[in-house]
Design a protein. Structure first.
Length: 418
Protein backbone atom coordinates (compact mmCIF):
# COMPACT_ATOMS: atom_id res chain seq x y z
CA UNK A 1 0.00 0.00 0.00
CA UNK A 2 1.35 3.42 -0.93
CA UNK A 3 -0.26 6.40 0.71
CA UNK A 4 0.85 9.73 -0.69
CA UNK A 5 0.56 12.74 1.61
CA UNK A 6 -0.97 15.99 0.33
CA UNK A 7 1.29 18.58 -1.31
CA UNK A 8 2.60 21.55 0.60
CA UNK A 9 0.62 24.75 0.44
CA UNK A 10 1.86 27.33 -1.98
CA UNK A 11 2.09 29.96 0.75
CA UNK A 12 3.88 27.72 3.22
CA UNK A 13 6.93 29.94 3.41
CA UNK A 14 5.13 33.28 3.48
CA UNK A 15 6.18 35.61 6.25
CA UNK A 16 3.76 37.75 8.23
CA UNK A 17 3.44 41.27 6.79
CA UNK A 18 5.89 43.78 8.14
CA UNK A 19 8.53 41.25 9.07
CA UNK A 20 11.97 42.36 8.05
CA UNK A 21 14.77 40.63 9.90
CA UNK A 22 13.30 37.39 11.08
CA UNK A 23 14.69 36.11 14.38
CA UNK A 24 16.01 32.55 14.19
CA UNK A 25 13.38 31.17 16.57
CA UNK A 26 10.55 32.74 14.62
CA UNK A 27 11.90 31.38 11.36
CA UNK A 28 12.17 27.94 12.92
CA UNK A 29 8.66 27.99 14.31
CA UNK A 30 7.27 29.06 10.92
CA UNK A 31 8.99 26.10 9.29
CA UNK A 32 7.76 23.82 12.03
CA UNK A 33 4.16 24.94 11.66
CA UNK A 34 3.97 24.76 7.90
CA UNK A 35 5.89 21.70 6.82
CA UNK A 36 4.54 18.17 7.05
CA UNK A 37 5.67 14.74 5.88
CA UNK A 38 5.88 14.48 2.08
CA UNK A 39 7.01 10.87 1.85
CA UNK A 40 4.93 7.77 1.16
CA UNK A 41 4.57 4.87 3.58
CA UNK A 42 5.96 1.44 2.95
CA UNK A 43 6.79 -1.73 4.85
CA UNK A 44 10.29 -3.11 5.25
CA UNK A 45 11.61 -6.17 7.06
CA UNK A 46 13.38 -5.11 10.22
CA UNK A 47 16.70 -6.38 8.89
CA UNK A 48 16.58 -3.38 6.51
CA UNK A 49 15.04 -0.88 8.87
CA UNK A 50 18.03 0.66 10.68
CA UNK A 51 17.87 4.44 10.40
CA UNK A 52 14.42 4.42 8.79
CA UNK A 53 11.57 6.55 10.16
CA UNK A 54 8.62 4.69 11.68
CA UNK A 55 5.35 5.56 9.96
CA UNK A 56 3.12 4.00 12.62
CA UNK A 57 3.22 3.00 16.28
CA UNK A 58 4.63 -0.45 17.02
CA UNK A 59 2.76 -2.78 19.37
CA UNK A 60 4.47 -5.80 20.92
CA UNK A 61 3.07 -9.02 19.51
CA UNK A 62 4.77 -11.08 22.18
CA UNK A 63 5.98 -10.47 25.72
CA UNK A 64 9.67 -10.19 26.52
CA UNK A 65 10.63 -12.54 27.95
CA UNK A 66 7.83 -14.72 26.61
CA UNK A 67 8.12 -17.16 29.51
CA UNK A 68 9.57 -17.07 33.02
CA UNK A 69 13.15 -18.32 32.74
CA UNK A 70 16.41 -18.61 34.60
CA UNK A 71 18.98 -15.84 34.43
CA UNK A 72 21.90 -18.11 35.43
CA UNK A 73 23.18 -21.67 35.33
CA UNK A 74 22.19 -23.36 38.60
CA UNK A 75 19.46 -25.33 40.35
CA UNK A 76 15.77 -24.53 40.43
CA UNK A 77 13.11 -25.40 43.01
CA UNK A 78 10.03 -23.98 44.74
CA UNK A 79 10.98 -21.35 47.32
CA UNK A 80 8.06 -22.32 49.56
CA UNK A 81 9.46 -25.82 50.02
CA UNK A 82 12.66 -24.56 51.74
CA UNK A 83 11.15 -21.68 53.69
CA UNK A 84 13.21 -20.72 56.74
CA UNK A 85 15.98 -23.30 56.27
CA UNK A 86 19.62 -22.22 56.80
CA UNK A 87 21.23 -25.15 55.09
CA UNK A 88 19.33 -26.87 52.38
CA UNK A 89 19.83 -30.21 50.67
CA UNK A 90 17.36 -31.18 47.95
CA UNK A 91 17.17 -34.36 45.89
CA UNK A 92 17.65 -33.70 42.17
CA UNK A 93 15.11 -34.89 39.65
CA UNK A 94 16.44 -36.60 36.53
CA UNK A 95 16.91 -34.41 33.48
CA UNK A 96 17.48 -30.72 33.12
CA UNK A 97 16.02 -27.58 31.56
CA UNK A 98 18.08 -25.70 28.95
CA UNK A 99 17.40 -22.70 26.70
CA UNK A 100 15.08 -23.90 23.98
CA UNK A 101 14.81 -27.39 25.54
CA UNK A 102 12.03 -27.30 28.11
CA UNK A 103 11.68 -29.82 30.93
CA UNK A 104 8.28 -31.37 30.42
CA UNK A 105 7.65 -32.80 33.87
CA UNK A 106 6.77 -31.12 37.14
CA UNK A 107 9.39 -30.70 39.85
CA UNK A 108 7.80 -31.93 43.10
CA UNK A 109 7.99 -29.76 46.23
CA UNK A 110 11.25 -30.35 48.09
CA UNK A 111 13.09 -31.31 44.89
CA UNK A 112 15.44 -29.38 42.63
CA UNK A 113 16.41 -29.53 38.96
CA UNK A 114 19.49 -28.59 36.98
CA UNK A 115 18.74 -25.42 34.93
CA UNK A 116 20.83 -23.54 32.35
CA UNK A 117 20.65 -19.84 31.52
CA UNK A 118 17.64 -18.90 29.43
CA UNK A 119 15.73 -22.14 30.16
CA UNK A 120 12.00 -21.76 30.78
CA UNK A 121 11.31 -22.45 34.47
CA UNK A 122 9.83 -25.97 34.74
CA UNK A 123 6.51 -26.43 36.52
CA UNK A 124 7.12 -26.39 40.27
CA UNK A 125 10.15 -24.05 40.01
CA UNK A 126 10.08 -20.36 40.90
CA UNK A 127 13.59 -19.81 42.31
CA UNK A 128 17.14 -20.58 41.23
CA UNK A 129 20.46 -20.74 43.12
CA UNK A 130 23.65 -20.05 41.26
CA UNK A 131 26.06 -22.90 40.42
CA UNK A 132 28.83 -21.24 42.43
CA UNK A 133 26.71 -21.29 45.60
CA UNK A 134 25.95 -25.02 45.35
CA UNK A 135 27.60 -28.33 46.16
CA UNK A 136 26.33 -31.44 44.37
CA UNK A 137 26.75 -35.18 44.80
CA UNK A 138 24.83 -38.35 45.51
CA UNK A 139 21.85 -37.08 43.55
CA UNK A 140 21.49 -33.99 45.73
CA UNK A 141 22.18 -30.29 45.63
CA UNK A 142 23.12 -28.42 48.80
CA UNK A 143 23.32 -24.67 49.44
CA UNK A 144 22.89 -22.12 52.20
CA UNK A 145 19.67 -20.29 52.90
CA UNK A 146 17.88 -18.09 53.18
CA UNK A 147 17.13 -17.70 49.47
CA UNK A 148 14.86 -14.91 48.31
CA UNK A 149 11.87 -16.32 46.40
CA UNK A 150 12.26 -15.61 42.68
CA UNK A 151 16.04 -15.20 42.90
CA UNK A 152 17.95 -15.44 39.61
CA UNK A 153 14.79 -15.72 37.52
CA UNK A 154 13.15 -13.42 35.00
CA UNK A 155 9.39 -13.04 35.06
CA UNK A 156 7.38 -13.44 31.86
CA UNK A 157 6.81 -9.98 30.41
CA UNK A 158 8.98 -8.24 33.01
CA UNK A 159 10.48 -6.18 30.20
CA UNK A 160 7.55 -5.81 27.78
CA UNK A 161 4.02 -7.21 27.98
CA UNK A 162 2.40 -8.28 24.70
CA UNK A 163 0.01 -5.61 23.45
CA UNK A 164 1.90 -2.61 24.80
CA UNK A 165 3.16 0.15 22.52
CA UNK A 166 6.91 -0.10 22.21
CA UNK A 167 7.80 2.64 19.71
CA UNK A 168 5.96 5.61 18.27
CA UNK A 169 5.51 6.90 14.74
CA UNK A 170 8.26 9.34 13.83
CA UNK A 171 10.94 7.39 15.63
CA UNK A 172 14.20 7.05 13.70
CA UNK A 173 14.92 3.39 14.24
CA UNK A 174 18.11 2.67 16.16
CA UNK A 175 19.89 -0.68 16.24
CA UNK A 176 18.50 -1.13 19.77
CA UNK A 177 14.96 -0.53 18.48
CA UNK A 178 15.44 -3.35 16.00
CA UNK A 179 16.40 -5.67 18.86
CA UNK A 180 13.27 -4.61 20.74
CA UNK A 181 11.00 -5.09 17.72
CA UNK A 182 12.50 -8.49 16.93
CA UNK A 183 12.28 -9.67 20.56
CA UNK A 184 8.62 -8.73 20.74
CA UNK A 185 7.70 -10.72 17.68
CA UNK A 186 7.68 -8.09 14.94
CA UNK A 187 9.25 -8.25 11.52
CA UNK A 188 7.56 -6.11 8.85
CA UNK A 189 7.73 -2.50 10.02
CA UNK A 190 5.77 0.47 8.66
CA UNK A 191 8.26 3.14 7.63
CA UNK A 192 8.34 6.25 5.51
CA UNK A 193 10.03 6.10 2.13
CA UNK A 194 13.42 7.80 2.35
CA UNK A 195 13.32 11.54 1.71
CA UNK A 196 15.12 12.28 -1.56
CA UNK A 197 17.10 15.47 -1.14
CA UNK A 198 18.59 17.03 -4.25
CA UNK A 199 21.74 19.14 -3.96
CA UNK A 200 22.54 21.69 -6.65
CA UNK A 201 25.40 24.17 -6.89
CA UNK A 202 25.09 27.39 -8.85
CA UNK A 203 27.56 29.96 -10.13
CA UNK A 204 29.62 30.73 -13.24
CA UNK A 205 32.81 30.60 -11.20
CA UNK A 206 32.19 27.13 -9.78
CA UNK A 207 33.98 24.06 -11.18
CA UNK A 208 33.66 20.50 -9.92
CA UNK A 209 36.35 19.00 -7.71
CA UNK A 210 39.25 17.62 -9.69
CA UNK A 211 38.55 19.58 -12.90
CA UNK A 212 41.10 22.06 -14.24
CA UNK A 213 40.40 25.49 -12.74
CA UNK A 214 41.57 28.82 -14.10
CA UNK A 215 42.22 31.90 -12.01
CA UNK A 216 38.96 33.27 -10.69
CA UNK A 217 37.37 29.86 -10.62
CA UNK A 218 36.33 28.20 -7.40
CA UNK A 219 36.08 24.52 -6.68
CA UNK A 220 32.62 23.32 -5.74
CA UNK A 221 33.06 22.77 -2.02
CA UNK A 222 29.39 22.94 -1.12
CA UNK A 223 28.07 20.02 -3.12
CA UNK A 224 30.17 17.23 -1.54
CA UNK A 225 29.63 18.83 1.87
CA UNK A 226 25.85 19.07 1.50
CA UNK A 227 25.51 15.58 0.01
CA UNK A 228 27.51 14.25 2.95
CA UNK A 229 25.33 16.12 5.44
CA UNK A 230 22.14 14.74 3.87
CA UNK A 231 23.54 11.25 4.12
CA UNK A 232 24.43 11.73 7.79
CA UNK A 233 20.96 13.10 8.48
CA UNK A 234 19.65 9.75 7.22
CA UNK A 235 18.05 10.94 3.99
CA UNK A 236 18.77 9.96 0.40
CA UNK A 237 21.23 12.42 -1.17
CA UNK A 238 20.67 13.09 -4.88
CA UNK A 239 23.45 14.89 -6.74
CA UNK A 240 21.85 17.42 -9.07
CA UNK A 241 25.25 18.69 -10.20
CA UNK A 242 26.12 22.27 -10.96
CA UNK A 243 24.48 24.89 -13.17
CA UNK A 244 25.89 28.16 -14.41
CA UNK A 245 24.25 31.46 -13.61
CA UNK A 246 21.67 30.93 -16.31
CA UNK A 247 18.01 30.95 -15.56
CA UNK A 248 16.94 28.55 -18.30
CA UNK A 249 19.55 26.00 -17.27
CA UNK A 250 18.53 26.32 -13.64
CA UNK A 251 14.88 25.94 -14.54
CA UNK A 252 15.58 22.82 -16.59
CA UNK A 253 17.58 21.25 -13.79
CA UNK A 254 14.91 21.95 -11.18
CA UNK A 255 12.17 20.69 -13.51
CA UNK A 256 13.62 17.27 -14.04
CA UNK A 257 14.86 16.66 -10.52
CA UNK A 258 13.63 13.28 -9.21
CA UNK A 259 13.56 14.47 -5.60
CA UNK A 260 11.22 15.52 -2.76
CA UNK A 261 13.14 18.61 -1.70
CA UNK A 262 16.03 20.63 -3.11
CA UNK A 263 19.00 22.35 -1.51
CA UNK A 264 20.75 24.86 -3.72
CA UNK A 265 23.77 26.90 -2.80
CA UNK A 266 24.77 30.25 -4.22
CA UNK A 267 22.68 32.72 -6.14
CA UNK A 268 20.31 33.38 -3.28
CA UNK A 269 20.90 37.12 -2.86
CA UNK A 270 19.05 39.80 -4.72
CA UNK A 271 21.87 40.60 -7.19
CA UNK A 272 21.81 40.41 -11.02
CA UNK A 273 23.35 36.97 -11.07
CA UNK A 274 21.26 35.58 -8.25
CA UNK A 275 19.11 33.36 -10.38
CA UNK A 276 17.84 31.03 -7.69
CA UNK A 277 15.93 33.80 -5.99
CA UNK A 278 14.90 35.35 -9.32
CA UNK A 279 13.54 32.08 -10.66
CA UNK A 280 11.63 31.21 -7.53
CA UNK A 281 10.23 34.72 -7.43
CA UNK A 282 8.85 34.20 -10.93
CA UNK A 283 6.85 31.23 -9.75
CA UNK A 284 5.34 33.37 -7.05
CA UNK A 285 6.29 30.96 -4.31
CA UNK A 286 9.40 32.49 -2.92
CA UNK A 287 10.24 34.03 0.35
CA UNK A 288 13.67 35.49 0.70
CA UNK A 289 14.14 35.20 4.41
CA UNK A 290 16.44 37.70 5.93
CA UNK A 291 17.19 35.79 9.04
CA UNK A 292 18.92 37.54 11.90
CA UNK A 293 21.76 35.04 11.92
CA UNK A 294 25.49 35.05 11.40
CA UNK A 295 26.83 33.44 9.30
CA UNK A 296 23.89 32.56 7.12
CA UNK A 297 22.33 35.17 4.99
CA UNK A 298 20.76 35.11 2.58
CA UNK A 299 18.45 32.12 2.95
CA UNK A 300 15.76 31.71 0.36
CA UNK A 301 12.81 29.40 0.78
CA UNK A 302 10.47 28.60 -2.04
CA UNK A 303 8.44 25.95 -3.75
CA UNK A 304 9.21 24.52 -7.17
CA UNK A 305 6.41 22.37 -8.54
CA UNK A 306 5.28 21.91 -4.97
CA UNK A 307 8.72 20.84 -3.80
CA UNK A 308 10.38 22.89 -1.09
CA UNK A 309 13.60 24.55 -2.17
CA UNK A 310 16.13 25.76 0.35
CA UNK A 311 18.29 28.37 -1.34
CA UNK A 312 21.38 28.31 0.84
CA UNK A 313 24.08 30.95 0.87
CA UNK A 314 27.08 30.33 -1.39
CA UNK A 315 29.67 30.72 1.31
CA UNK A 316 30.48 27.23 2.53
CA UNK A 317 30.47 28.18 6.20
CA UNK A 318 27.13 29.93 5.91
CA UNK A 319 25.72 27.07 3.83
CA UNK A 320 26.86 24.60 6.50
CA UNK A 321 25.38 26.56 9.41
CA UNK A 322 22.08 27.20 7.61
CA UNK A 323 21.84 23.51 6.77
CA UNK A 324 22.35 22.47 10.37
CA UNK A 325 20.14 25.13 11.91
CA UNK A 326 17.29 25.35 9.36
CA UNK A 327 17.40 22.63 6.74
CA UNK A 328 18.02 19.76 9.14
CA UNK A 329 14.91 20.11 11.34
CA UNK A 330 12.82 20.94 8.27
CA UNK A 331 14.07 17.86 6.44
CA UNK A 332 13.28 15.77 9.50
CA UNK A 333 9.71 17.01 9.41
CA UNK A 334 9.37 16.38 5.66
CA UNK A 335 10.78 12.87 6.23
CA UNK A 336 8.15 12.06 8.87
CA UNK A 337 10.55 12.14 11.81
CA UNK A 338 9.05 15.19 13.44
CA UNK A 339 10.86 18.28 14.57
CA UNK A 340 14.11 17.60 16.38
CA UNK A 341 15.95 20.14 18.49
CA UNK A 342 19.68 19.55 18.72
CA UNK A 343 20.86 18.76 22.22
CA UNK A 344 22.85 21.67 23.64
CA UNK A 345 25.27 21.83 26.57
CA UNK A 346 26.29 24.75 28.70
CA UNK A 347 30.06 24.93 28.97
CA UNK A 348 32.54 27.59 30.06
CA UNK A 349 34.05 29.61 27.23
CA UNK A 350 37.78 29.53 26.53
CA UNK A 351 37.51 32.78 24.53
CA UNK A 352 36.50 36.43 24.79
CA UNK A 353 33.96 38.18 22.60
CA UNK A 354 31.86 41.28 22.77
CA UNK A 355 28.79 40.13 20.89
CA UNK A 356 26.58 42.84 19.43
CA UNK A 357 22.78 42.72 19.70
CA UNK A 358 20.46 42.01 16.75
CA UNK A 359 21.25 38.56 15.44
CA UNK A 360 22.12 35.13 16.63
CA UNK A 361 25.66 33.98 15.99
CA UNK A 362 27.12 30.56 15.44
CA UNK A 363 30.85 30.14 15.98
CA UNK A 364 32.89 27.15 14.88
CA UNK A 365 33.94 25.57 18.13
CA UNK A 366 35.26 22.54 19.93
CA UNK A 367 35.73 21.42 23.52
CA UNK A 368 39.20 21.16 24.98
CA UNK A 369 39.84 20.72 28.71
CA UNK A 370 36.12 21.15 29.36
CA UNK A 371 35.97 24.60 27.76
CA UNK A 372 34.63 25.76 24.40
CA UNK A 373 37.31 27.22 22.18
CA UNK A 374 36.43 28.92 18.90
CA UNK A 375 38.14 29.09 15.53
CA UNK A 376 40.61 31.91 15.15
CA UNK A 377 38.58 33.60 12.39
CA UNK A 378 34.87 34.19 11.91
CA UNK A 379 35.31 34.64 8.13
CA UNK A 380 32.55 32.74 6.38
CA UNK A 381 34.82 31.62 3.54
CA UNK A 382 37.20 29.88 5.93
CA UNK A 383 36.40 26.29 5.14
CA UNK A 384 39.31 25.02 7.22
CA UNK A 385 37.50 26.22 10.33
CA UNK A 386 34.57 23.91 9.59
CA UNK A 387 36.96 21.01 9.42
CA UNK A 388 38.69 22.15 12.62
CA UNK A 389 35.43 22.47 14.52
CA UNK A 390 33.59 19.70 16.35
CA UNK A 391 30.49 21.74 17.08
CA UNK A 392 29.03 25.23 17.19
CA UNK A 393 28.80 27.79 19.95
CA UNK A 394 25.43 29.52 19.75
CA UNK A 395 25.38 33.09 21.02
CA UNK A 396 21.93 34.60 21.73
CA UNK A 397 20.13 37.25 19.65
CA UNK A 398 20.86 39.91 22.27
CA UNK A 399 24.21 41.40 23.21
CA UNK A 400 26.54 39.29 25.29
CA UNK A 401 29.94 39.84 26.80
CA UNK A 402 31.85 36.57 26.80
CA UNK A 403 35.00 36.18 28.84
CA UNK A 404 36.98 33.06 29.64
CA UNK A 405 34.76 31.04 32.00
CA UNK A 406 31.46 32.59 30.86
CA UNK A 407 28.89 29.80 30.28
CA UNK A 408 28.02 29.48 26.57
CA UNK A 409 25.73 27.15 24.63
CA UNK A 410 27.65 24.44 22.81
CA UNK A 411 26.05 22.25 20.14
CA UNK A 412 28.28 19.30 19.29
CA UNK A 413 28.06 18.17 15.68
CA UNK A 414 26.82 14.87 17.11
CA UNK A 415 23.66 16.69 18.20
CA UNK A 416 22.94 17.23 14.50
CA UNK A 417 23.48 13.58 13.67
CA UNK A 418 26.97 14.19 12.24
P1 LIG B 1 26.78 33.74 -4.10
O1 LIG B 1 25.77 33.58 -3.01
O2 LIG B 1 26.45 32.94 -5.30
O3 LIG B 1 27.06 35.17 -4.39
O4 LIG B 1 28.14 33.13 -3.51
C1 LIG B 1 28.76 33.69 -2.35
C2 LIG B 1 30.18 33.19 -2.25
O5 LIG B 1 30.19 31.78 -2.10
C3 LIG B 1 31.01 33.47 -3.49
O6 LIG B 1 32.32 33.81 -3.06
C4 LIG B 1 31.01 32.16 -4.22
O7 LIG B 1 32.12 31.99 -5.04
C5 LIG B 1 31.00 31.17 -3.08
N1 LIG B 1 30.40 29.92 -3.51
C6 LIG B 1 29.20 29.79 -4.11
N2 LIG B 1 28.93 28.50 -4.37
C7 LIG B 1 29.99 27.79 -3.91
C8 LIG B 1 30.32 26.42 -3.91
N3 LIG B 1 29.48 25.50 -4.41
N4 LIG B 1 31.49 26.04 -3.35
C9 LIG B 1 32.34 26.97 -2.82
N5 LIG B 1 32.08 28.28 -2.80
C10 LIG B 1 30.92 28.70 -3.35
MG1 LIG C 1 26.91 32.93 -7.28
Amino acid sequence: MTLQPPPLRNDCFALPPGVDWTPVDQALSLLRDRLHPVVARQEVPLMQAAGRVLAGDLVARRSNPPQANTAVDGYGFAAASIAGQDTVALPLVDGRAAAGVAYDGKVPPGHAIRVLTGAALPKGVDTVVLDEDCATGEGQVAFRGPVKPGSNTRRAGEDIVAGTQILHAGRVLTPADLALAAATGLNDLPVFAPLRVGVLSTGDEIVPAGAPAGPGQIYDANRPMLLGLIDRFGHLPVDLGHVRDDRAALRARLDSAPVDVILTSGGASAGDEDHVSALLRETGALTAWRIALKPGRPLVLGLWEGKPVFGLPGNPVAAFVCTLVFARPALGLLAGAGWEEPQAFEVPAAFSKNKKPGRREYLRARIRDGRAEVFKSEGSGRISGLSWAEGLVELPDHAMLVEPGTPVRYLPFGSFGL
